[in-house]
Design a binder for this molecule. Structure first.
Ligand code: ADP
Length: 222
């Protein structure tokens, strides 16, 4: 059974009295261990699809099974519970907490999850940071790091809860080309280590790093 099985996903946003169809029957399957890029022109529905697959949003119609569980009808706290356990998210703008240091940022998702003692939260955060080559930056605040380093901290934060899939929305969009290349190297290494990775990009060089591309046009997978 695929890790992600989505069938006929539709999403219509309502803007005042106007319906904006963002997805018009998108299908996609992703197996555990795959490295997949979602590509397509601006406005084609990439972010909408990613947000539904990442349990940040819900489809208007269609069926979505994540890791064998039908999550299409889940809402609110129940959906958040699935998201917290199954999905690690990386954003274009890093979204780190400016007042927390690197170690505290990475440990934070484990605090939200609850039931994990503080010492264990810290040791798990330390281990993942060391693995991503950020072991000597744990006491720094985000504004003391380069863009590439911040994104690696964000990747560590996404991974600390051992999600089934790592998702990234334009993860190199705010980085210079060298930092972007370093971040993509991190994704490549994580994939080689067995992680399942799904990223959204309009950058052909970034998409070329993935092993498979899902192309979206006008709200459908083509
Ligand atoms: P992409 O990521 O490929 O640029 P999006 O998924 O962001 O595409 O958007 C697809 C379509 O849905 C676009 O027409 C966009 O304007 C519209 N859209 C996206 N988010 C919203 C929203 N929250 N409210 C209304 N329309 C939206």
């Amino acid at each position: 059974m695929p890790l992600i099985h989505a069938n006929g996903l539709e999403k219509t946003y309502r803007l005042g009295r106007v319906d904006v169809p963002a997805l018009r029957g998108a299908d996609c399957d992703i197996e555990a261990g795959e490295f997949v890029a979602i590509t397509g022109p601006s406005g084609s529905g990439k972010s909408t699809l990613m947000h539904i697959l990442g349990c940040l949003d819900t489809p208007t119609a269609g069926r979505y099974e994540l890791d064998g569980e039908d999550v299409s009808r889940l809402r609110g706290k129940t959906l958040a519970h699935v998201r917290n356990r199954k999905v690690g998210f990386v954003f274009q703008t890093f979204n780190l907490m400016p007042r927390l240091n690197v170690l505290e940022n990475v440990a934070l998702p484990l605090q939200y999850r609850g039931g994990i003692p503080r010492a264990e939260r810290k040791s798990r955060a330390r281990a993942i940071l060391a693995r991503l080559g950020m072991g000597d930056r744990m006491d720094h605040r985000p504004d003391e790091l380069s863009g590439g380093e911040r994104q690696r901290v964000a990747i560590a934060r996404a991974l600390v809860g051992e999600p089934a899939i790592l998702m990234a929305d334009e993860p190199t969009g705010n980085l210079d080309s060298q930092s972007g290349a370093e971040v993509m190297k991190t994704f490549r290494e994580l994939h080689e280590a067995g992680h399942t990775i799904l990223l959204v990009t309009h950058d052909a060089n970034v998409a070329a790093e993935a092993h498979r591309t899902i192309h979206i046009s006008d709200g459908r997978v083509v």
